[in-house]
Design a protein around this ligand. Structure first.
Ligand SMILES: NC(=O)c1ccc[n+]([C@@H]2O[C@H](COP(=O)([O-])OP(=O)(O)OC[C@H]3O[C@@H](n4cnc5c(N)ncnc54)[C@H](O)[C@@H]3O)[C@@H](O)[C@H]2O)c1
Length: 327
């Protein structure tokens, strides 16, 4: 039997605490070699792309494998549609039987935010209190929610290419979390003198410049997740401790893909993976003045760990519909 969950049913049990716990478990499993995860493959379309992501993970409570089918259409918000939408299927690796079939849109947003939160937990200064957000769409909301859980943030500065949108987002931050927030007039204002900077735009050229970044800053580079995308001045990467989620994906489609292809950074400059840090194999931040960058491309094991946790909670609450698709 397969548990079928719609997006609104997923949202009845999904929250950032669940997402952070699932991210911890997924990255630790990665660091301990308990995953089997080929790089995602892309279907390029005129207006965006689709990705097929599949893998296997040995969780503490279960052994699962599965598939996510997810799009990125940056022009969708102008049509009143989401940029990123997804479907997740979970199977039993022993028999191949499917046991869950759920909307993966919210799981994607929350697992992406949670990866940023986990990276901030290991890489941002413990006293980091000022957060900058660049690009204020769906991912920015979960990035914000996750960082607020792991660091004592007291001030948020937000920038988007649409100023009115940034003003609305600043209001949302204060109304939702009671944290002081303001809209920046330019990207520099959302980087300079801040402790953590998170970028979530679909940009194909650098939008954060090296001379804006203060010593001790941690950057979560989330937006670049396809070949040719980049948000950071390569000079930032040249000076930073760079942590990737997965070398194969990051070198192909993450923040490092363009500077690597241009020879501006070298593979040996990559410090390691977030999984190695979560598994205790490498330390995270070791110096208050170092600049750290987390290059996130998004891993199927994050989706599977969180989707599994969502399904467990949903089943316990009697949510969703049990279906036998083979009948
Ligand atoms: N790393 C991951 O795991 C992961 C997961 C999901 C999405 N993403 C990527 O994150 C990016 C954002 O996704 P989303 O769902 O938030 O999209 P979205 O369309 O909801 O939001 C993007 C926001 O960025 C703003 N923006 C675009 N270009 C900008 C620029 N040059 N400067 C400032 N603001 C700009 C837009 O106005 C919009 O508000 C996409 O590139 C997507 O592919 C990455």
């Amino acid at each position: 039997m397969s548990l079928v969950l719609t997006g609104s049913q997923v949202m009845q049990v999904l929250n950032m605490d669940l997402a952070l716990a699932a991210a911890q478990e997924a990255f630790q499993a990665y660091g301990e070699g308990r995953v089997n995860m080929p790089p995602k493959s892309y279907l390029q379309l005129a207006q965006g792309d689709f990705r097929a992501m599949y893998g296997e993970i040995f969780l503490t409570q279960a052994h699962i494998c599965g598939l996510k089918w997810v799009n990125v259409h940056p022009g969708n918000p102008a049509k009143g549609l989401l940029t990123v939408m997804a479907k997740i299927i979970i199977n039993d690796p022993e028999t191949g039987l499917e046991f869950a079939d759920l909307d993966g849109t919210h799981v994607t947003d929350f697992r992406t935010g949670a990866a940023g939160g986990l990276a901030a937990k290991y890489l941002a200064r413990p006293d980091a209190s000022r957060l900058g957000l660049i690009g204020l769409g769906a991912q920015a909301r979960t990035q914000l929610a996750a960082v607020l859980k792991v660091r004592p943030i007291q001030e948020v500065v937000v920038f988007d290419r649409h100023l009115a949108h940034a003003q609305g987002f600043a209001d949302y931050v204060t109304a939702t979390y009671g944290v002081a927030a303001r809209a920046a007039a330019d990207a520099r204002d959302a980087v300079r003198d801040l402790d953590i900077v998170t970028t979530t735009t679909p940009s194909g050229r650098p939008i954060v410049m090296a001379d804006w970044v203060s010593p001790g800053t941690h950057i979560n580079a989330i937006g670049a997740d396809a070949a040719g995308k980049q948000e950071l001045d390569p000079a930032i990467l040249q000076a930073a401790k760079i942590v990737v989620d997965d070398w194969a994906q990051a070198s192909h489609s993450g923040e490092i893909n363009v500077p690597l292809a241009q020879g501006k950074i070298k593979p040996e400059q990559i410090y390691g993976s977030l999984g190695e840090i979560a598994a205790g194999k490498k330390p995270g931040r070791t110096d208050a003045a170092e600049i750290t960058v987390f290059d996130s491309t998004g891993l199927i094991i994050q989706d599977l760990a969180l989707a599994y946790a969502v399904c467990q909670k949903a089943r316990a609450s009697g949510l969703g519909e049990e279906k036998d698709f083979l009948k």
